[in-house]
Ligand binder design. Structure first.
Ligand code: NAD
Length: 303
């Protein structure tokens, strides 16, 4: 049986690890705050108190961590994944991080005989629970093929997009599209509401036309119900648009709308909404439109 060390059991990692257990893998999970390991334990997975123990006997190691510095610390740091992995281990980083960090991880892994793939995902918490994530994979084509059974357990659209770092570049484009789309959805809802249109009916018919999308289908119901607990934190989308803006600048590409939404997310964070779902963009549009609702109605995140 393939043993998978799974590090980072948060909103996305916990259901992904649970789906790997369901698919018959021997999963041993580690999370920095131990309470997050409960979901995996209830599913019949093993849990442990250190990176070393999660990695030592693993054939495959998956990391699902918030940001680039977290991956650098856990994978490259003293006592981290590379210090404990056996040669030949397959390291799959599913976190969304900077492409250049994925390339550095792949190079450091290769020096230790560890095969590394960057495999960021899209589909949100619902896609992680359903096992229907879209997975964009960078790295060696042979390693991608070797990971097929693992990817199949957590995703349904799984594509090798190029060498190390390429998965992260595609994920950055994904986050650009989602952010712009979510902001326009928020603006449309405030616009419709101001005209007295029934929002639920409007969403139904918009969903059947060219404006229909996964963003609309997955995010509009929560916005209408005014549920802003994450899901996908504003902090994480702000991180992702930092990657997008920097990468676009490095390539000499203008992304005027993307840069604007990046600013709107920066503002949301500055107003204390960093730990709320990114659909909180709705409250910002309400605030900008002088509505009496707006951000003051959301539970503020601790700073
Ligand atoms: P999260 O904050 O819920 O989970 C991250 C987990 O990693 C937390 O449980 C945290 O305790 C743990 N962690 C942090 N540092 C650690 C360390 N040093 N050792 C062990 N555990 C550590 O975040 P998430 O929403 O699950 O997102 C994870 C990654 O996936 C991010 O890069 C995010 O951008 C990306 N992503 C998230 C979503 C989403 O909808 N939430 C969708 C696609 C991609």
């Amino acid at each position: 049986m393939t043993t998978i060390g799974f590090i980072g059991l948060g909103v996305m990692g916990a259901p992904m690890a649970a789906n790997l257990v369901d698919a018959g893998f021997d999963v041993i999970g580690y999370n920095r705050s131990p309470g997050k390991s409960r979901v995996l334990a209830e599913k019949g997975g093993r849990t442990t108190g250190s990176v070393a123990e999660a990695v030592a006997g693993a054939d495959v190691v998956i990391t699902m961590l918030p940001d680039s510095p977290d991956v650098e610390a856990v994978v490259l740091g003293d006592g981290g994944v590379l210090d404990n992995a056996r040669p030949g281990t397959l390291l799959i980083d599913a976190s969304t991080i900077r492409p250049q960090i994925s390339r550095a991880v792949a190079a450091a892994a290769a020096e230790r005989g560890v095969r590394a793939l960057d495999a960021p995902v899209s589909g949100g918490e619902a896609g992680a629970i359903e096992g229907t994530l879209s997975i964009m994979v960078g790295g060696d084509a042979g390693d991608f093929t070797a990971a097929a059974e693992v990817f199949d357990a957590v995703g349904s659209t799984i594509v090798h997009v190029g060498p190390a770092g390429a998965g992260q570049t595609v994920k950055a484009a994904n986050q650009l599209i989602v952010a712009g789309h979510l902001e326009l959805l928020a603006e449309a809802l405030v616009f419709l509401d101001a005209h007295g249109v029934d929002l639920s009916s409007a969403i139904t018919v918009l969903g059947g036309g060219l404006a229909g999308s996964n963003v609309l289908a997955r995010k509009a119901p929560g916005m209408l119900a005014r549920h802003f607990e994450p899901g996908f934190r504003v902090d994480l989308h702000h991180k992702d648009l930092g990657i997008v803006v920097d990468s676009a600048r490095a390539a000499g590409v203008a992304i005027p709308l993307g840069a604007h939404v990046a600013d709107l997310l920066t503002s949301l964070r500055a107003q204390g909404a960093g730990s709320l779902d990114h659909s909180t963009l709705l409250l910002q549009v309400e605030q900008l439109s002088g509505k009496h609702t707006g951000l003051s109605t959301a539970e503020r995140a601790p700073r």
